[in-house]
Write a protein that binds this ligand. Structure first.
Ligand code: ARG
Length: 227
C-alpha cells in the first residue's frame, strides 16, 4: 500500500481478504498518534507485487481506495484495536498470484512457540531503508505472560499476540501486513493470517517481541465490514 502524496512511497502492508477488501493496521491510515482518518485518496493498493523501489515496481494490479473503515475502538495512544479495512475502488479477479489470505478460524487453538511468518517491504533495520523486494521473517509465537514481562500490563491478550526470533523482526513500514502460519499441503488455506503487524521495539535488536493485532478476536468485526 502506498501513500500517493509521495510517489511510490511505501506506507504499509496489507492483505487481501475478499475481492475488494484489504485488512491493514489502523495506524497505517490515521494521522500519527491520532485516530483522525487520512483521506482514502492518499492511498493506492498494489497487488501481485514482489519488487518495489521509489521509481518502479512489478505490481500486477493497482487500485485506489474508496473507503477506509477504522476499528471504532482504535486507541492510538495504547495502540489498542489497531485494525482497519480498506475498500478498493473496484474488485480484483483472483489469479495464481493474487488471491485472498485465509483468516484464522475462531475455533483455532493457537499455541505458544509456533512458527509464524511476517512479511513486508519495510525497513531492513531500525532507522534503515525499505527493502526493494518482499522479505519474510520466520518468528515464533511467544507466551503472552512472557511478552507482558517485556511490554508491561498495558498490552492486552485479547487484542494482541506477540512473536519473536532473535535477530528477526518486522520493522517500520511493515505495519498492517500479515502474520501468517503456513500449511504447505493445504491448497485451500496455505497461508492463514493470525496477526496484523502493529508495533515493536526497534527492529530485531530488542529482547521485546513484536506485537501484532490478534485477528482471531476480530473476526466478527472483520465479517461485519467485509461486504
Ligand atoms: N509500527 C511499525 C510500522 O508502522 C511496525 C513496527 C513493527 N516493529 C517491530 N519491531 N516488530 O510500520
Amino acid at each position: 500500500m502506498n501513500d500517493d502524496t509521495k510517489r511510490h512511497e511505501l506506507a504499509c502492508g496489507g492483505s487481501l481478504i475478499s475481492p475488494n477488501k484489504i485488512l491493514t493496521a489502523a495506524h497505517c491510515v490515521t494521522e500519527f498518534k491520532k485516530t483522525t482518518r487520512l483521506p482514502a485518496s492518499r492511498f493506492k493498493v498494489k497487488l501481485g507485487m514482489h519488487f518495489l523501489n521509489k521509481t518502479t515496481n512489478d505490481a500486477q494490479l493497482s487500485r485506489n481506495v474508496k473507503k477506509i473503515k477504522i476499528h471504532e475502538e482504535y486507541d492510538a495512544v495504547n495502540v489498542y484495536n489497531d485494525i482497519a479495512i480498506l475498500t478498493l475502488s473496484s474488485p480484483v479477479e483472483y489469479t495464481d498470484t493474487i488471491s485472498p489470505v485465509c483468516l484464522v478460524p475462531k475455533c483455532f487453538e493457537d499455541d505458544d512457540n509456533q512458527q509464524v511468518i511476517a512479511m513486508g517491504w519495510g525497513n531492513t533495520k531500525s532507522g534503515g531503508k525499505d527493502s526493494d523486494y518482499l522479505r519474510h521473517a520466520f518468528l515464533s509465537t511467544v507466551p503472552f505472560s512472557k511478552c507482558q514481562k517485556k511490554w508491561g500490563d498495558d498490552i492486552d491478550e485479547d487484542q494482541m499476540l506477540c512473536a519473536f526470533k532473535k535477530g528477526q523482526d518486522t520493522c517500520q513500514n511493515d505495519s498492517g501486513g500479515p502474520l501468517v502460519m503456513e500449511f504447505p499441503d493445504d491448497s485451500s488455506c496455505r497461508f492463514m493470517q493470525i496477526g496484523v503487524v502493529s508495533f515493536g521495539d526497534g527492529c530485531g535488536t530488542s529482547t521485546a517481541p513484536g506485537v501484532y493485532a490478534r485477528v482471531k478476536n476480530y473476526l466478527p468485526w472483520i465479517e461485519e465490514n467485509t461486504n
